[in-house]
Design a protein around this ligand. Sequence first.
Ligand code: SF4
Length: 348
Amino acid sequence: MAAMYGSKETTPLLRVKNLQTGFKIDGEYYNAVEGVSFDVRPKQIVGVVGESGCGKSVMSLSIMQLLPDGIGKIRGGEIEFEGQDISVFSDKQMNSIRGKDISMIFQEPMTSLNPVFTIGYQIEEVILNHENLTKKEARLRSVALLKQVGIPRAEQIVTEYPHQLSGGMRQRVMIAMAIACQPKLLIADEPTTALDVTVQAQILELMKGIQEANDMSIILITHDLGVVAEICDEVLVMYAGKIVERALVEDLFRGPKHPYTELLMKAIPKMDEDVEELATIEGLVPSVVNMPPVGCRFANRCPKAMPECLTVTPQLAEVAGRHEAACLLYEESWPTDGKREREGVAAL
Ligand code: SF4
């Protein structure tokens, strides 16, 4: 189980244990998330980083039980929220906590906001679903929420439609909806990716402010380590459905341990660099149907790969202090049977 990071609180708000989420392709399930375990403690901001196709969003949709019906399925593990395994909750049970105790915001607010209803109606719908308030009280709350997320002319905006707002303002509306019932956990999936850099910074600052004011925990899903550096306490790096590195943010930036994280760091835009010069990671994340059955899933793209990386599966283990990595460059990541195999390889 993961070591305790960040907060001194001992009881996690969310505990994900050995999560396996599969997708049905041609009648067969393939795991897009494979044995993921982590904790989120009260008031903690945990960043989950990795390229597209690494399983970050599937993991968050699993927590929310929003996997596409008949296609995506939790195939193993547990998702404990406040001590209860919500992975086995019925739709009715999930509806009672979704939007209330756990909320989610997505990358593109236009896909989450309904174009035919006013902003006010949509925020009030969330409030009235979970709280025993009159419509008038819900309207007052929605105006207050819009003010809290920094929307000017809130009394007017509640009567307007999503298309009348800019992308940044729509994302603020999504945040207002997500925090309408003061959730304990907010899952933000690429919340700033569709926004320009200045607006991105404003939205991150807003989320951090709300997190502090509401004592909320956040899981921030992103492909951008620069975003993680801005507001997270702890970071999980995912590759091909697995966690390959876990550390406090300052430790990760001081010295990444996994070669994949090192390459992600080189891809963070710097103020004084031309964006076109950014490093990219050659090759592609293996698709779920082509996952290597053994060995390191990053081996075909890793500049430090060794022959054993193709045959021995690295384990996530503490490689320095409270810093974990799954890479055979570290003795701690070698499974017991792998060590025996290594001796065999060395003898070749
Ligand atoms: Fe690279 Fe091998 Fe480490 Fe995988 S286990 S990241 S291939 S060195």
